[in-house]
Design a protein around this ligand. Structure first.
Ligand code: AMP
Length: 118
């Protein structure tokens, strides 16, 4: 059984979060520390710690992340101008919370995908 993070408490509505969407497979809520005018996290309800832990069984939930991202981008009015979807994995990917999540970022020009720092 994978270890719970703060995101499990958000899914169960045990701690406050600005939840925008929830169904049997995924939950979406605003990031507490937004990096853009729209910054939403979309997560599978089942705990998948990292992309490395994904199995075929997870494909319906992982597909749902994208349909919900598209719906929320339209709701936020950023679909035409565009947005960025990010999934970080482990230390080098900058992952902080070990419950797989997709970042939906938009509402401004996001600039280059990566700032070179090597
Ligand atoms: P990552 O670095 O990809 O693991 O991203 C984790 C994200 O979770 C960060 O953008 C945090 O700001 C966000 N975060 C952490 N705790 C919360 C919370 N309680 N509610 C909403 N977002 C959170």
């Amino acid at each position: 059984m994978a270890q719970e993070t703060i995101f499990s408490k958000i899914i169960r509505r045990e701690i406050p979060a600005d939840i925008l969407y929830q169904d049997d497979l995924v939950t979406a809520f605003r990031d507490v520390n937004p990096q853009a005018p729209t910054h939403i996290l979309i997560i599978p309800n089942r705990i998948i710690p990292t992309v490395n832990d994904v199995t075929e069984e997870d494909e319906p939930a992982l597909g749902r992340l994208f349909t919900v991202a598209a719906k929320l981008a339209a709701d936020e009015g950023i679909d035409e101008n565009g947005y960025r979807l990010i999934v970080n994995c482990n230390r080098d990917g900058g992952q902080e919370v070990y419950h797989l999540h997709m970042h939906l970022l938009g509402g401004r020009r996001l600039g280059p995908m990566l700032v070179r720092r090597d």
